[in-house]
Write a protein that binds this ligand. Structure first.
Ligand code: NAD
Length: 469
């Protein structure tokens, strides 16, 4: 049965759209382009399913644990499909599937706590927690599975139902994930819809949606917030980042170079909280540039399915064009490529791992999010100057400080304007921690208990004093 036949068999009028393999630039499969006017029925069914799903927390725990087991059992199907549509090396796809499973397990066992408020009244009030209703989850193409799970696992654990829309660049692994989970969850508790815009725009504006949880770029996040304002749905936005790594003058360059390189280049630099700028004491600048450039020149670049590959292609043609544009602009502004600086002459969306030096601080590769395998390394004279520069963009997702004295590094990290600061590493998250960007990097808090409560509303029971229990 073809996808369009499968879509028709569910009553959808979806026509297929092409899904491209970024390692070749060629179509390798297709997905249903669901007409936005079908969202009324989808959201309506999600609303009906909510009445049952919200009632029984222990049934939710059981179902989400079973879902985690099912995803784990399907690793061998999910990981290669993810690499095929996203481009990342196969080992990273397996790791992403494992993080998806970990999120399901984490939230399966996380329950909200009823709390008493001990105010001055003789009978304390009680805070119970209630689910919200249908949640719209919108996900980008860089980590389709784990970012989806970071949204639907807490939303479902809280008792909501979810309509999940992946990026049209990476719909297939999410569809497979949705099929696995739909077999275990009650009907319409989790629905995956795929298609090109305006499907996402229409979903977030739908009056039946009670919470929009979105991960993606700042401009789209702004559009999502505006659209959701019409129905005053709750909005959680996890948006772009332009994380700075500040190296201190006591840093041992060779000791940290590998870790710093991969904090910038993992997933081909397509990570919201990747290191996107490096600030280095002027005295160490040449040494740091060379340490990173040497790694950029020698890292194995190729299709994600090739066993030796450490760095895959950029995910899609528009993103490759953006990366090329910011690099060209930097070079035109006087920057020098210590490594890379150009596309690779081969099929697919490959860009040479690039280390830039002599970059003007107002060049877009410094002030904006490059989201590709490109890293500017900027010298500084005083620490104050470095911190001012690190804090100078409109982003505030993460940042890091690197040096041999962790206490001193931590004192510097305290001065970074961001949601998460790392010392001597970068972009590591634990499942239990809150994740919240500031400035243009986000609205609301995801992760751990914060992610769960972000999908709940407080419901307060206030008794008359004489009705003391
Ligand atoms: P994007 O904003 O272009 O798209 C994100 C999603 O929104 C896609 O599913 C897209 O189809 C959908 N969409 C597009 N227009 C829409 C609209 N008007 N209304 C509703 N949905 C719409 O982002 P992208 O290029 O897919 O992803 C890269 C961006 O995501 C980067 O900026 C990156 O930093 C960010 N990101 C942030 C985090 C985080 O946690 N802060 C994590 C990963 C990625």
């Amino acid at each position: 049965m073809t996808i369009s036949e499968a879509a028709r068999s569910t009553g959808s009028r979806a026509a297929p759209f092409a899904v491209l393999d970024p390692a070749t630039g060629e179509t390798f499969d297709e997905a249903p382009d669901q007409p936005p006017d079908e969202l009324d029925a989808v959201v309506g069914r999600a609303h009906q399913a909510w009445y049952g799903w919200r009632e029984d927390p222990s049934a939710r725990t059981t179902a989400l644990r079973a879902a985690a087991d099912a995803v784990h059992s399907a690793r061998e199907d999910l990981a290669p499909l993810l690499t095929r549509e996203q481009g990342k090396p196969l080992a990273e796809s397996y790791a992403e599937v494992d993080r998806t499973v970990a999120r399901l397990r984490h939230f399966a066992d996380l329950a909200p706590r009823t709390r008493l408020i001990n105010d001055t009244r003789p009978v304390p009030s009680e805070i119970r927690w209630r689910s919200l209703g249908p949640v719209a989850a919108i996900v980008p193409w860089n980590f389709p599975l784990q970012l989806a799970a970071a949204k639907f696992a807490p939303a479902l654990a809280a008792g909501n139902t979810v309509v999940l829309k992946p990026s049209p660049f990476t719909p297939l692994s999410t569809r497979l994930l949705g099929a696995l989970l739909s077999a275990l969850l009650p009907e319409d508790v989790l629905t995956v819809v795929t298609g090109r815009e305006p499907l996402g725009a229409r979903l977030v504006a739908h009056p039946g949606i009670r919470h929009v949880t979105f991960t993606g770029s700042v401009p789209t996040g702004r559009a999502v917030a505006e659209a959701a304002a019409a129905s005053l749905a709750r909005v959680t936005l996890e948006l772009g980042g332009n994380d700075a790594a500040v190296l201190l003058d006591d840093v041992e360059v060779e000791r940290i170079a590998d870790r710093l390189f991969w904090a910038a280049f993992r997933n081909c630099g397509q990570v919201c909280m990747a290191v996107k700028r490096v600030y280095v004491p002027a005295r160490l600048h040449a040494e740091v540039v060379e340490a990173l450039a040497q790694r950029a020149r020698t890292v194995a670049v190729g299709p994600g399915l090739d066993p030796g590959t450490r760095l895959g292609p950029v995910n899609n043609a528009p993103q490759l064009a953006r990366v090329e544009q910011v690099v060209r602009r930097a070079l035109a502004d006087g920057a020098r490529a210590a490594a890379g600086g150009h596309r690779l002459e081969r099929p697919g969306y490959f860009f040479a791992p690039t280390i830039l030096t002599d970059v003007p601080p107002d060049s877009p590769v410094v002030t904006q999010e490059q989201f590709g395998p490109v890293l500017p390394v900027l010298p500084y004279r005083t620490l104050d100057e470095a911190i001012d520069a690190a804090n100078s963009t409109r982003f505030g997702l993460g940042g890091s400080v690197w040096g041999t004295d962790p206490e001193r590094a931590e004192a510097v990290a305290e001065r970074l304007e961001c949601g998460t600061a790392w010392i001597n590493h970068h972009a590591e998250l634990s499942l239990a921690q809150p994740f919240a960007g500031i400035k243009n990097s986000g609205v609301g808090v995801a992760g751990g208990a914060w992610g769960l409560y972000g999908n709940l509303r407080p419901f307060v029971v206030h008794r008359a004093p004489e009705d003391r229990r």
